[in-house]
Design a protein around this ligand. Structure first.
Ligand code: SF4
Length: 332
C-alpha cells in the first residue's frame, strides 16, 4: 500500500515521553529509592527505558513488583558470573549477510533495528553491536539478494531490537519487498511493542500488516499476566481481526515469573486474548543478566507442575538456545 509521509504520531510522542530516569520512575510509582534493592542509578551502558503504558501496569508502592524488576537496573548487573558472555547464543557467528542471521533451516532473521521501546534488563541482545549488523537502507539490497538465493527459506523473521519501532514507511517497504519473493510463505514478527506500547498498533499499522500477501505471525513477548492490560487486550483483538496469528514467548526469570501460579495465570490470560503460549525460554547467559537465572532443577519442577495443571495447548515449550545447534533445545 502507499503510505503518506508521517508527521510525528501519538505513539512516537508516547515513546519519547517514557521514563529514562530512575528518580522519576520511583516518584511515579510512589516508591522511595531507598526501598529498592541495590539500584544502579546511572548504568554506563543499557540505560533505563520504560514506556508509561508499561509502568502503568506496575503496582504502586511495591519495590518488588515483577514488572519493575524486569526494567530496574541493579548493581548485580556488574557481577561477572561464570559462563556469561556478550553473545550467548552465537548470533554474530550466524550473521551471514549484513543485517541477517541465518541459523536454522527454512527460516532466517532480519535485524531490522537496534531500537526498543523498553530496555529489558535480562535481554540476551543487550550487548549486541547493532550499529554494525542492523538492516539499513543501503544494506537492504544485499539482504534481499541473500534471501532470493536461498530458496529453501520459507519464513522470514523480523526481529531487532523491535521491528515495530520502524516507522510505517520503512516497515511497509520491507514487507512489500518480501512479498515479491515467491518462496517466502510467512513473515514472523517478534515484538514486545503490543505489550509495552500498545498505542503503536495504529489503524495504519494494521493496514500494512493485513495488506501482506504472505501470512503474518506476530510473536508477542509478555512474561507476567500483569503486563496484559485492557489496552493490550484491545490491540490483540484488533490484530486477530486482521487475520494475524498471535503467539507469545516468555523468558523464565527469577523474581518475575518463576512460580507455577505466575505462569499458569499468564497462559490463561494470554489465551483469553487470543494468544497462544509458544515458548518459555530459559535465560540466555548474557553478561549482566545473571541475577535472573533460575536453576535447571527449579525450572523443570515448575514446568512439570505446569503440565499437570494446564491443558497441553496452554503449556509453552520450555527451551534453551545453544550456539551452533540446529534448533531450540527442549530443556525437559
Ligand atoms: S524488547 Fe526484546 S530486544 Fe528489546 S530489550 Fe526487551 S527483550 Fe531485548
Amino acid at each position: 500500500m502507499q503510505i503518506k509521509p508521517e508527521p510525528t504520531q501519538h505513539w512516537q510522542k508516547s515513546l519519547a515521553e517514557g521514563f529514562n530516569d530512575l528518580a522519576q520512575l520511583c516518584q511515579y510509582l510512589e516508591i522511595s529509592p531507598t526501598a529498592l534493592n541495590h539500584p544502579l542509578t546511572a548504568p554506563a551502558v543499557f540505560p533505563l527505558r520504560v514506556p508509561l503504558s508499561f509502568a502503568a501496569c506496575m503496582e504502586k508502592g511495591n519495590p518488588n513488583d515483577p514488572l519493575l524488576r524486569q526494567v530496574l537496573p541493579v548493581t548485580e548487573e556488574l557481577i561477572d558470573y561464570p559462563g556469561y558472555n556478550a553473545d550467548p547464543v552465537g548470533d554474530l557467528a550466524a550473521n551471514t549477510a549484513i543485517g541477517l542471521i541465518h541459523k536454522y533451516h527454512g527460516r532466517a532473521l532480519i535485524i531490522t533495528t537496534g531500537a526498543c521501546a523498553i530496555n529489558c534488563r535480562y535481554c540476551f541482545r543487550r550487548n549486541f553491536p547493532y550499529a554494525e549488523v542492523q538492516l539499513t537502507k543501503s544494506r537492504l539490497d544485499s539482504t534481499l539478494k541473500y534471501i532470493k538465493q536461498h530458496t529453501e527459506l520459507t519464513e522470514i523473521i523480523l526481529s531487532g531490537g523491535d521491528p515495530l519501532l520502524l516507522n510505517d514507511e520503512r516497515l511497509d517497504e520491507l514487507i512489500i519487498q518480501l512479498n515479491t519473493l515467491k518462496h517466502i510463505q510467512r513473515i514472523r514478527i517478534h515484538s514486545r511493542i503490543p505489550v509495552v506500547l500498545p498505542e503503536r498498533i495504529t489503524p495504519e499499522l494494521l493496514s500494512i500488516l493485513s495488506s501482506s500477501s504472505q501470512k503474518i505471525i506476530l510473536v508477542l513477548h509478555a512474561n507476567h499476566a500483569n503486563e496484559l492490560s485492557p489496552a493490550v487486550a484491545n490491540v490483540c483483538r484488533q490484530l486477530s481481526q486482521n487475520n494475524i496469528t498471535l503467539l507469545n514467548q516468555s523468558v523464565l526469570l527469577k523474581g518475575v515469573n518463576d512460580s507455577v501460579l505466575a505462569l499458569c495465570t499468564l497462559s490463561e490470560k494470554l489465551f483469553n486474548l487470543g494468544v497462544l503460549p509458544y515458548y518459555l525460554h530459559v535465560l540466555d547467559k548474557a553478561t549482566g543478566t545473571g541475577h535472573f537465572e533460575v536453576s535447571t532443577q527449579v525450572a523443570l519442577e515448575v514446568y512439570r507442575q505446569l503440565q499437570t495443571l494446564l491443558p497441553g495447548y496452554l503449556v509453552p515449550k520450555l527451551v534453551t538456545e545453544q550456539a551452533g545447534a540446529a534448533y531450540k533445545m527442549p530443556l525437559n
